[in-house]
Design a binder for this molecule. Structure first.
Ligand code: UGA
Length: 476
């Protein structure tokens, strides 16, 4: 099918590339000319595993083309709107980009178009979209409107799009339902060449859930808000664990074994970030407020998340006594691993707060340095984690990149000023660190002192707690 995707951000670009990969003839437009030129010249404007390859293959085969919004409106029978919906200062989603695209479609398109909202939008955007298309149409546009929220995660976007758990489609006509069924048929039938798993026939059986448009819109906001709530919940449990000397990893494991709870999204840390959860929770609160529903539960979720950085800094402060004048390594800048996205990244809030307290920062991230430079021009960027750690009073882990698990701790021990690690993502194996003389603080677990600092042959823990530590440590 001829499909257009308007907006080449993380969602738009992945959607365009994957729809081409499953066999459609896709035209993707981008209004930022610099980004568009990059895409036309085969340069990736963002980092996302597998995406570069999928784009290259499909451009070569002629199934994926980049260009202007006008060309996209002319091309596709189905048009996916994937433009940004950033937060306004009052928490509402800014829908001006969607409005602009709807107006352009209405004025330019001739004949039938299925206009699909893919961007995360407040409930009832579909009816506004329909109204807008009708008011501004000039050239005999006939249309249906649909909502098809995206559930992909940055860092595994291609995999999530091609192997989803569910495809949610909100429609109010059988024509729209049929077109969307046809678009996704290669995925629901497992009938496409998978660029991620070369041998796979079908990794999962996705559920294609057809609903009305408002329900589909709500599913997206409710899902993200629920996941954010799970994270804030476990972060509060982590706080409690720190006070009573329990191990939040064990608590989360025990909770997650109950299939009604499930183990996912129970990793405590320095809070959720990225361009989705923080803005979607805010937007959902505003949607509820406007509908006179008191969703104060979500206000707490947001507050708990906002307090994570101060809580983390308090831990650092307790160890270092004074932060002013200290040099600190920050490992990880992206809001999560396997992406270069630093929008609303907890690392940025952390570094800003530490700079305000007079610290010097040496930062490293395998992908996100370029995107951080404009936000934080006055810190030292390093080529690798070893360089970042040189001469520092503490290594702070803000993002759980895999490479931090395989460090040479002996080498690091000899280059730091003070062997202290504050792990905001609970990602490291304790025994390797403590054997090399590091003092290790994490989230919701007892602090662990270096082996060499304790009585001969014994383990020493700051706070003298041994209960609930990882099996790794207990076995060491
Ligand atoms: C999220 C959702 O997971 C996707 O389903 C959704 O499509 C997407 O938002 C969106 O609305 O576009 P994403 O923001 O890419 O995806 O990343 P997540 O993996 O959900 O992580 C979000 C944040 O929560 C990260 O900062 C991560 O570090 C944090 N997190 C996640 C935790 O602190 N603990 C956890 O257990 C899980």
């Amino acid at each position: 099918m001829k499909i257009s995707v308007i907006g080449a951000g993380y969602v738009g670009l992945t959607t365009a590339a994957c729809l081409a990969q499953i066999g459609h003839d896709v035209f993707c437009s981008e209004s930022d000319l610099d980004k568009l030129n990059k895409l036309r010249n085969g340069i990736m404007p963002l980092f996302e595993p597998h995406l570069e390859k999928v784009i290259r293959l499909n451009r070569e085969s002629g199934r994926l083309t980049f260009g202007s919004t006008e060309e996209a409106i002319d091309h596709g029978r189905a048009i996916f709107i994937c433009v940004g919906t950033p937060p306004l200062t009052n928490g509402d989603a800014d829908l001006s980009a969607i409005e602009g695209v709807a107006r352009s479609i209405a004025k330019r398109a001739t004949g039938y178009r299925l206009v699909i909202e893919k961007s995360t939008v407040p409930v009832q955007t579909g009816s506004q979209l329909r109204k807008h298309l009708s008011v501004h149409r000039r050239n005999g546009l006939e249309y249906d409107v649909a909502s098809n929220p995206e559930f992909l995660r940055e860092g595994s976007a291609v995999e999530d799009l091609l192997h989803p758990d569910r495809i949610v489609v909100g429609v109010d006509s059988s024509r729209a339902a049929e077109l969307l069924r046809e678009i996704y048929e290669p995925i629901t039938q497992g009938n496409f060449a998978c660029p991620v798993h070369p041998d796979c026939r079908k990794v999962k059986d996705p559920v294609l859930l057809m609903t009305d448009i408002s329900s589909a819109e709500l599913i997206k906001h409710a899902s993200n808000s629920f996941l954010a709530m799970k994270i804030s919940f476990i972060n509060m449990v982590a706080n409690l664990c720190e006070v009573v000397g329990a191990d939040v990893t064990k608590v989360a494991e025990g909770m997650g074994l109950d299939p009604r709870i499930g183990p996912a999204f129970l990793n405590p840390g320095i809070g959720f970030g990225g361009f989705c959860f923080p803005k979607d929770v805010q937007a959902f609160i505003r949607i509820a407020e406007k509908s006179a529903c008191d969703f104060s539960l979500l206000k707490e979720v947001e507050k708990i998340n906002q307090r994570r950085i101060e809580h983390f800094i308090e831990k650092i402060r307790k160890e270092l006594w004074v932060i002013r004048g200290k040099t600190l390594a920050v490992w990880g800048l992206a809001f999560k691993p396997n992406t270069d996205d630093v929008r609303f990244a907890p690392s940025i809030a952390l570094i800003k707060a530490l700079l305000d307290e007079g610290a010097f920062i040496r930062a490293y991230d395998p992908q996100a340095v370029e995107k951080t430079r404009t936000l934080l021009p006055n810190i030292t960027y390093c080529a690798d984690p070893y360089e970042a750690a040189e001469g520092t009073d503490a290594i702070l882990i803000a993002t759980e990149w895999d490479e931090f698990r395989q460090m040479n701790w002996e080498r690091l021990r000899s280059s730091v000023e003070r062997p202290l690690i504050v792990d905001g993502r609970n990602m490291l194996e304790v025994s390797a660190l403590t054997r090399c003389g590091f003092h290790y603080l994490s989230v919701g677990r007892p602090a662990v002192a270096p082996l060499e600092a304790g009585p001969a042959g014994s383990r020493a823990y700051s706070g003298a707690r041994t209960e609930g530590l990882t099996a790794d440590l207990l076995a060491s």
